[in-house]
Design a binder for this molecule. Structure first.
Ligand code: ZN
Ligand code: ZN
Length: 387
């Protein structure tokens, strides 16, 4: 392992920052104390900051040398709405909220890299450190873009990193092209005619067409989505009725469609409405369909991904970087930034087994402090390579 020495030496201090952040989780657009913490650290390192984009966003800017080259590195500020089940000393002090996705660790790694780069200034160009709110819920990255992020700073490329339980400590994974799925949400309301349970022929139940729609949507994925593309459709809600002897007047179906590949997404976007309306027509009931694209696919650019792979390999060795990482069906707000700028998103191993192996969003998850110097060294390695 080829860690940056002063970052490795500061490991106990970094653990302190990370645990301080872990104990004070704040969720989307309310990360005020968290943003204050990040802002104070950046200023202490001699880095200028800009605040307020998407309410709680913080952007630090550090220049050295004379070149006009500019890149941006991004971390998240937010925690999730989940009751922590850990009982260690640094557990959440806020009921119902926890850093269950490791963004406490992401902030710490980016701050550690920022401090090292500010001390040494051994690069030629400008690095922006983006700390965005509301990654989990609320599209905070998109909100920062809408608030003028890429007019205020003009990076040639943007880079993100996320810890992944299940990948061993000291390993990275990424890939060029589609790395994480798009996320779309559908909402179908079927309007039938309610009535007495004893006289179904006098009513028009919305329940039979609702069941047919649920089946047809799933069959459509199996039969009509190109096999080289990947899609997962989940009906997550099916609501109708409130009594055993009353035929309800309406039914509602809600769910999500996640896709890797443009063709699959386009096909399903059209099919949800066509299937719902077609089946409702056959049953003689009305329906309204809404289909919303909420997160785009996360697409890594080829050149920037090659740089990220080299930067990670310089820290952990080429054998420990999977350059053809498995695409994931989860979605990620960083995809919005990658639609505006070329860049890369890389997974850093959070470990396997008891320590670090609990998956993110689990009430017993905790970021693995062992990887703090590895991720921070990766950021430094990337900046040295690019600037
Ligand atoms: Zn998460
Ligand atoms: Zn996350």
């Amino acid at each position: 392992m080829n860690l940056v020495q002063d970052i490795a030496d500061a490991h106990p201090e970094l653990i302190g920052w990370r645990r301080t952040l872990h104990a004070m989780p704040e969720t989307g657009f309310e990360e005020f104390r968290t943003a204050d913490f990040v802002d104070a650290k950046l200023k202490e390192f001699g880095i200028e900051t800009k605040r307020g984009m998407a309410t709680t966003g913080v952007v630090g800017t550090l220049s050295a040398g004379s070149s006009g080259k500019t890149i941006a590195l991004r971390s998240e500020l937010d925690a999730i709405n989940l009751q922590e089940a850990n009982d260690f000393a640094h557990r959440s002090t806020v009921d119902g909220k926890m850093h269950g996705c490791g963004h406490d660790g992401h902030m710490t790694m980016l701050l550690a890299a920022a401090r090292h780069l500010a001390r040494t200034r051994d690069f030629d160009g400008t690095v922006h450190f983006i700390f965005q709110p509301a990654e989990e819920v609320g599209n905070g990255g998109l909100r920062m873009i809408e608030d003028g992020l890429f007019e205020a700073i003009r990076p040639e490329a943007v880079y993100g990193m996320h810890n992944f339980p299940g990948i061993p400590v000291g390993q990275f994974a990424t890939r060029p092209g589609d790395f994480m799925a798009s996320l779309d949400a559908f909402d179908i309301t079927i309007e039938g005619v309610g009535g007495h349970g004893a006289y179904p022929s006098k009513a028009r139940t919305p329940i039979l067409p609702a069941c047919a729609i649920v089946s047809a949507l799933n069959e459509h994925v199996a039969s009509q989505i190109p096999s080289e593309e990947t899609m997962s459709l989940s009906v997550a809600q099916l609501n109708a009725g409130s009594a055993i002897n009353v035929i309800p007047a309406s039914a509602n179906i809600k769910g999500t469609v996640r896709s890797l590949g443009e063709a699959a997404q386009l096909e399903m976007e059209a099919a949800v409405e066509r299937i719902a309306k077609g089946i409702c027509g056959a049953y003689g009931v009305d329906c309204t369909v809404s289909y919303q694209r909420t997160y785009p696919r996360l697409v890594n650019a080829a050149r920037e991904t090659a740089s990220a792979i080299d930067a990670a390999a310089a820290v952990v060795g080429a054998d420990n970087v999977d350059s053809n990482g498995k695409p994931m069906m989860a979605s990620e707000d960083f995809a919005w930034m990658l639609r505006e700028k070329p860049g890369n998103y890389i997974a850093i191993g959070n470990g396997i087994g008891d320590k670090g192996g609990t998956f993110v969003h689990h009430p017993k998850y905790d970021f693995n402090d062992d990887i703090l110097p590895i991720g921070a060294s990766y950021w430094v390695s990337l900046v040295r390579r690019l600037l």
